[in-house]
Design a protein. Structure first.
Length: 291
């Protein structure tokens, strides 16, 4: 049986680790805030690793899900001394494609494998184990790690070599920004027209404008509620990555630039809310239009 470790038990990582446990694969977990790992391990009967190195020593596959590029590189460096040559690190964070390639090269120095496996589907998908997983790395490493990925996601697509998964995730995050812009603006417009918004959503979600975000976030945003699925602060971080990747090609992306500007205009507390909180800004346009 594959022995899987998990590092990074945040809003996405914790339910992903639980799904690995349900599949009988989770051996140990580590988190920067030790209490989170201890609570999960008490719940699942698995081991709480004291350090990333301790985690690495116990596992065949290590899944990481951390917040930022440097966090990933720091965890990789901390694991290196204990990694066996055939261990595979599966990173489900969202980082730059170049960061993924750097991590892969560092792990290759000790004979370990690396897959960049960013995910999409929000906290709902993480809980349900239905995430879409975009994979960069060697096909043989994917084959060995596949049971762990299948415990966390329902759609696993191999995009190419190291970094390709993160490039695909950056593409996804640009699209998410555009959908967020369109849905929040359209619903704010519809409300300003005096329309019955529940009926608007019911009418639109099965037509050409239908999409996941409208169906899942539309009903809550028109009530002024923004239950967390994907934090504004994290999407802004991801869009900064997209901005840098585009700049490397000499391009500015209008949707990225506009969404970063709009996120910065939201009230400060919105950073920890779902990205549907952009509806506040769109609604404010209509409330001030007669001033």
């Amino acid at each position: 049986m594959l022995r899987v470790g998990f590092a990074g038990l945040g809003a996405m990582g914790l339910p992903m680790a639980r799904n690995l446990h349900r599949a009988g694969l989770l051996t140990a977990a580590w988190n920067r805030t030790a209490a989170k790992a201890e609570a999960l391990c008490a719940e699942t009967g698995t081991a709480a690793a004291a350090t990333p190195s301790d985690l690495a020593a116990q596992c065949d596959v290590i899944v990481t899900c951390v917040s930022a590029d440097q966090d990933l590189l720091d965890v990789v460096e901390a694991m290196l001394p204990a990694l066996a040559a055939d261990v595979i690190v599966v990173d489900c964070s969202t980082v730059a494609a170049q960061t993924a390639r750097t991590a892969a090269a560092r792990l290759a120095e000790v004979g370990a494998g690396f897959l960049d496996c960013p995910v999409s589907g929000g906290t709902e998908g993480a809980v349900a184990g239905t995430l879409s997983i975009m994979v960069g790395g060697a096909a043989e490493h994917l084959q060995r790690a596949r049971p762990a990925l299948e415990a966390m996601g329902s759609n696993i697509v191999h995009m190419g070599p190291a970094g390709a998964g993160q490039a695909a995730k950056a593409t996804n995050q640009i699209m998410v920004a555009g959908i967020n812009q369109a849905v929040t603006e359209a619903l704010a417009f519809g409300r300003a027209q005096g329309l019955p918004m529940e009926k608007v959503i019911a009418a639109l979600e099965t037509g050409a404008a239908g999409n996941w975000f409208l169906s899942k976030r539309g009903p809550s945003m028109i009530r002024g509620e923004f239950p967390l699925g994907f934090k504004v602060a994290l999407h802004a971080k991801d869009l900064e990555i997209c901005r840098r990747m585009a700049a490397d090609l000499g391009v500015k992306l209008p949707v990225v630039e506009m969404t970063l500007l709009h996120y910065a205009r939201l009230p400060e507390h919105s950073a920890d809310e779902d990205i549907s909180a952009l509806f506040r800004l769109k609604s404010d346009m209509f409330e001030t239009s007669d001033d």
